[in-house]
Design a protein around this ligand. Sequence first.
Ligand SMILES: [Zn+2]
Length: 216
Amino acid sequence: MNIIIFGPPGAGKGTQAKKMVDFYGIPQISTGDILRANVREGTELGLAAKEYMDKGELVPDEVLIGIIKNRLKEKDCEKGFILDGYPRTIPQADALATILDEINKPIDVVLNLEVPDEELVERVSGRLMCGNCGASYHRTFNPPRKEGICDVCGGELFQRDDDKEEAVKNRLTVYKRQTQPLIDYYAKKSLLVSLDGTKGIDEVFEDIKAILAKFA
Ligand SMILES: [Zn+2]
């Protein structure tokens, strides 16, 4: 089963991807991770990518797609893969369709986790982290026993700048602007399946399993 997953910040995309990895034994392919791995290992494409990264520029699509193609040809992708964070643009989606065609691994389904903005803002802006041990909490859903103090180590809890309400709203705006054209693109190809991400983690995963049953 060859899957793309979309979801705004706070929708639980990472959690669900991890559950799919564990349950189906297929890898989650994040472009950031494979890019860094190629740079580290000094592959030809990794070195090409590094030249742009060192200059603080975006890695061009043709380099990125080459890295993705090589990754998807690896043995652990035989049963399928979950693409996360890619494609981000229509040209990338077209390039992806072309290489998947070449390696005969067409996308089976595009999962789209949906959660209303107000709930995403509540989820993300309530996150707290321990500055000492990195444990995470949530003001409403998983509060520490003593306000502002880590249960584990007694360290002080803080909120990441990225998680502050205004920042979350901005991230959602950027996400939508970037992702909506892709949602429409895959809907037109009849590959898109939207999921109610307001349900509990296990319920959402049951929905995913029901959708993926026909590709297993
Ligand atoms: Zn702590």
